[in-house]
Design a protein around this ligand. Structure first.
Ligand code: PEP
Ligand code: MN
Length: 321
């Protein structure tokens, strides 16, 4: 923790600050830092409580915590490499499938074809968070038996988005990874419930979320029990075609700070399958641990996101099969 002091802080205010520190963070070690004090933090809850109180003190210009102090679990880099439900450490991991499960015939056809083309896991979305209340919202629980069948036929793990705390338990019974979508990165009750599920979680970066906000959401999941966590960058664009892109620098920073697997989603970052291919290859060159990508046997027939969905052949060439 860095406490910046006002230049003209009085001796009385300095004394008060030291007293407050020993009361709020007993036993903390501190040393002088440029224009203030550096305080070693060993309890994130006490630190979180102390910050607003210290900021209120006369003579204090500001109080800042580092990423590692704010997110000690997410930034604890000594993480075991994954080997289940996905194998990180043996080259890029590919999670592929249509944007949404629409019907049994097309989903099973895509699932088998994508497995043969190099997919390690299937996108298996039953609930879709849509900007328009009139847009297709996903087939919901009716799809559970379809994705279970796909898992049985292909043997591939399923990745599904939970959009509501009430879905977590039932989805966890069938699916191997719970996806927290961009819109829900800041849904803290959902993060807690997903953490408690015991399932591996894939956490997308919210639109326009900073690295710190993303890490804090990762911290929620880990604090509430998630043992396996994957980060996924999906860019900031929603429906505009201007500057589609993924933030490779931010992905690298997330990887450096957390040691967690970091995937890229080139589909939602581009909203266009030609750009999606470029982003996919760029992300892999930039060191992404893999891709979450929309791919199917019939992108042109998709009820949603078909334009950004690549064909199985294109997916195969991206996966290098
Ligand atoms: C998705 O991957 O299905 C999805 C809805 O993406 P995002 O949350 O990134 O918009
Ligand atoms: Mn989609």
């Amino acid at each position: 923790m860095i406490i910046s002091l006002q230049k003209n802080i009085s001796a009385a205010d300095s004394g008060n600050l030291l007293l407050a520190l020993s009361r709020l963070l007993p036993g903390c070690r501190r040393r002088g830092a440029p224009a203030g004090l550096a305080v070693a933090i060993n309890n994130p809850e006490k630190a979180a409580d102390a910050v607003p109180l210290l900021e209120n003190l006369p003579g204090v210009a500001g109080v800042a915590l580092s990423d590692a102090e704010l997110c000690p679990l997410a930034c604890a880099k000594a993480k075991k490499p994954f080997s289940r439900p996905l194998d990180f450490g043996r080259g890029p991991v590919f999670i592929a499938g249509p944007c949404a499960v629409e019907d049994e015939v097309s989903y099973l056809a895509s699932a088998s074809a994508l497995k043969a083309a190099g997919a390690h896991a299937l996108r298996a979305a039953l609930f879709k968070p849509r900007s328009s209340p009139y847009a297709f919202q996903g087939i919901g629980w009716a799809g559970l038996k379809i994705i279970a069948k796909a898992k049985k036929i292909t043997g591939l793990p399923l990745v599904t988005e939970a959009t509501d705390t009430r879905q977590v338990e039932r989805l966890s019974a069938v699916c191997d990874l719970l996806q927290i979508g961009a819109r829900n990165m800041r849904n803290y009750e959902l993060l807690k419930e997903a953490g408690r599920s015991g399932r591996a979680v894939l956490l997308k970066r919210g639109m326009h979320a900073t690295l710190r906000e993303w890490l804090l959401s990762a911290e929620y999941l880990l604090k509430h029990g998630a043992k396996k966590l994957i980060l996924c960058e999906r860019g900031d664009t929603v429906f505009s075609t201007d500057s589609p892109g993924l933030d490779f620098g931010l992905m690298r920073d997330a990887k450096r700070l957390t040691g967690l697997p970091v995937l890229a989603d080139p589909s939602h970052a581009s909203r266009n399958r030609e750009i999606a291919v470029k982003l996919a290859l760029g992300a892999l060159r930039a060191g992404a641990d893999g891709l979450l990508i929309e791919a199917s046997v019939s992108p042109a027939a998709a009820r949603m996101d078909g334009r950004q969905t690549v064909t199985v052949d294109t997916f195969r060439s991206i996966a290098g099969k």
